[in-house]
Design a protein around this ligand. Structure first.
Ligand code: C6P
Length: 403
């Protein structure tokens, strides 16, 4: 992997922040975009823009084709069976809401249980809480002290009432990869539906829904070089077919009478209103870009960077690492006596962008016994030199707080 060459594709990396070259270490929040993606979107608007699925003139045909080709690209990317299993959504949050509103609300009843973990992002907690008004119980599997998921507890907590197990593939704080195949098997052996939050895994590694055998997978384009507001809900066709659409209106219908309507075929049944064609085009180009580099190479590069960051951070007095022992692609940490926001604020003076705060994972923060963390996360365009700069700059942070 030629990182210097890759960096040339990302115009924003040439920016200076406070007279320092930008060091962007917040890709777990959202990634930067290569010129190929930016140009694909520009080209779509300059050449092909029209509202897809609606008219018969040429531009409409082109926009429809581009939108549906992007769907086919996603099918291959995650090894789904066909287009009907790929629903374009805005992001992981929206995908989770569709699963809860369109599947769980209709199929779960009082006394049923949904099993989540304490390491979940709010996107995989808050939508499920809606089920509580139906008397459905939400249970949370704990982590072990090394930050990995407690699989013994997970097995113990499965019961005949467990109807859904929904787990993040990779934690956005701990960086840990959960044993998703094993969890899927345990869920299915128990007769439970298996949902995977792939927001942090799909951008960084090869994810194969056929191999994982999940019933649903959710992920966001903006974390994998594509624009914001395009994401994917993968669902097994036979399950999606049984579900009622949650968003209703145009394009998702077959026929509308004054008092009732029938639904369009999959996947359009779940895509109400004018879709995000530019987003789909951007996502398709982003997939091309990632596949050309190879997701295995991306994952390996992140492993190298994480190892380097951990080695360097261990020598900084006052730093406590909070990410998991098997964490990859990110390092979450504390600096003794300094709030995470202060760390991020002072690093910004040197052009370094890291995330600070509760990471949209407040239950996990409580479990870790902290209110917030600082997190540096890495992607295909980051270098060891950037990590050195980040770690060296922590000394500045310490100096400011010693005064
Ligand atoms: N995590 C982070 O900085 P959306 O916002 O819907 O695209 O993604 C939500 C989401 C769901 N699951 C996980 C595991 C995630 O990490 C995220 C987004 C970002 O960690 C922004 S809060």
């Amino acid at each position: 992997m030629n990182v210097e060459k890759i960096r040339e594709d990302f115009p924003i990396l040439k920016r200076k922040i406070n007279n320092h070259p930008l060091v962007f270490l917040d890709s777990a929040s959202t990634s930067q975009k290569p010129v190929q993606v930016i140009n694909a979107i520009k080209n779509y608007y300059e050449m092909n823009n029209a509202n897809p699925h609606r008219s018969i003139y040429q531009l409409c045909d082109e926009a429809t084709q581009m939108y549906e080709d992007a769907r086919k690209k996603v099918v291959k990317f995650i090894n789904a069976r066909n287009d009907e299993e790929i629903i374009f959504v805005r992001n992981t949050n929206e995908a989770m809401n569709i699963i809860v509103q369109s599947y769980a609300m209709d199929n779960l009843k009082e006394g049923d249980e949904v099993l989540l973990t304490v390491m979940e992002h709010h996107a995989n907690i808050v939508p499920w809480q809606m089920l509580q008004k139906k008397g459905v119980k939400i249970k949370f599997v704990d982590i072990k002290d090394d930050g990995t998921l407690d699989m013994d507890k997970l097995k113990d907590m499965m019961s005949k009432n467990t109807k859904i197990v929904s787990v993040t593939h990779k934690s956005n704080v701990l960086g840990s990869l959960n044993p998703i195949n094993e969890i899927g098997k345990i869920s299915h052996d128990n007769g439970s539906l298996f949902v995977v939050d792939g927001a942090q895994s799909v951008p960084n590694m090869q994810v194969d829904v056929n191999n994982i055998n999940c019933d649903f997978l959710a992920f966001s384009g903006h974390k994998m070089l594509a624009p914001m507001n395009i994401g994917v809900l993968y669902g097994k066709k036979e399950i999606l077919e049984r579900m009622e659409p949650f968003m209703r209106g145009s394009d998702m219908i077959k026929e509308v009478q004054l008092t009732e309507s029938t639904w369009n075929d999959l996947p359009w049944k779940f895509e109400a209103g004018t879709p995000n064609v530019e987003g789909a085009v951007g996502l398709s180009t982003a997939i091309d870009y990632l596949e050309k580099i190879g997701l295995d190479n991306v994952e390996k590069h992140e492993e190298d960077l994480t190892k380097h960051a951990l080695e360097r951070l261990r020598d900084v007095e006052g730093v406590k690492i909070l990410s998991a022992k098997n964490g990859n692609g990110m390092v979450s940490f504390h600096l003794s006596g300094v709030h995470s926001h202060d760390i991020a604020y002072i690093l910004n003076d040197s052009g370094i962008a890291i995330r600070s705060g509760h990471m949209c994972a407040q239950p996990l923060m409580r479990r870790l016994g902290v209110q917030s963390v600082a997190r540096a996360s890495f992607y295909l365009y980051n270098t060891k030199e950037e990590i050195d700069k980040f770690v060296d700059s922590l000394e500045n942070v310490k100096k400011v707080f010693k005064k």
